[in-house]
Design a protein around this ligand. Structure first.
Ligand code: FPP
Length: 245
């Protein structure tokens, strides 16, 4: 892969943009705490910012965006906080076309079966209704864990092998990838984590094998389009070699 040059276009954005950006929406709790508010107020601001950044990504022409809304580990949080996050999620997916517009495909990553039947139906209907939209794909990870996803795919392939549909030696990385929740989108190019934490937290572990990471101390509710532009400029200056020289 060639060395990327940081070339600014007239719009102020670099010429080379990632095809797939993943966001870990971290720092909502601290945002609220700094203001003496309960944590769920931070999630409400975080959700508003999700809407602003999703819309902005579409406006600047990013093709695939993924947001970490709720992990398989987040169930350990107090019930009222969990309920508040799921409620926000429900509110925002009902309203999705109003802020993201038509022409966006919406996909959900994670095991839906844990949610109430009506929420599961909303998610499945939204995936179905938007499946032919091509301007951008927006993926929302909810009840998602990277290890859980790898186990989920392994079980499917093990079952196929047990049923005689494939031989273990037939399994390739491409085949494995074709059973991931993200099978229809390219691997992550840019992984953004605000709030000063420097870890992946079980997010898209397979898909981020060659992602570039961008960390900032800004808390997610304050992560503005200008902060995104800084991340994009930084990304455009990286030299991506994918294991080559
Ligand atoms: C991490 O911040 C954030 C979450 C676990 C929840 C994120 C959820 C939303 C923004 C709202 C629902 C989603 C959508 C797509 C509408 P944290 O609570 O760990 O922050 P802290 O590290 O400061 O405590």
């Amino acid at each position: 892969m060639a060395l990327f040059k940081k070339k600014k276009t007239d719009s102020g954005l670099p010429e080379i943009l990632p095809e797939h950006i993943a966001f870990i929406m971290d720092g909502n709790g601290r945002w609220a705490k700094k203001r003496g508010l309960p944590r769920k107020f931070g999630h409400r601001e975080g959700a508003k910012n999700f809407r602003r950044i999703a819309r902005h990504c579409k406006d600047i022409g990013i093709k695939n965006i993924t947001f970490y809304a709720f992990s398989t580990e987040n169930w350990k949080r107090p019930k009222d906080e969990v309920d508040a996050i799921i409620e926000l999620f429900r509110e925002y997916i009902v309203d999705v076309r109003n802020y993201i517009g038509e022409e966006v495909r919406v996909l959900f990553l994670g095991d839906k079966s844990i949610f109430d039947a009506d929420l599961q139906k909303k998610m499945i209907d939204l995936e179905e209704d938007t499946k032919d939209n091509h301007e951008m794909t927006m993926l929302l990870a909810i009840n998602y864990g990277g290890r859980d996803e790898v186990v989920h795919v392994s079980k499917i392939l093990a079952q196929k092998a047990a049923d005689g549909e494939l031989k273990p030696e037939d399994i390739t990385e491409d085949m494995f990838g074709s059973y991931l929740y993200t099978k229809d989108v390219p691997d992550v190019d840019l992984m953004i984590r605000p709030s000063g934490e420097l870890r992946l937290s079980n997010f898209l572990i397979w898909q981020s094998a060659y992602a570039e990471f961008y960390f900032t101390d800004v808390l997610w509710p304050d992560f503005s389009p200008e902060e995104l532009e800084k991340a994009l400029v930084n990304f455009a200056g990286r030299s991506r070699r994918f294991g080559g020289v």
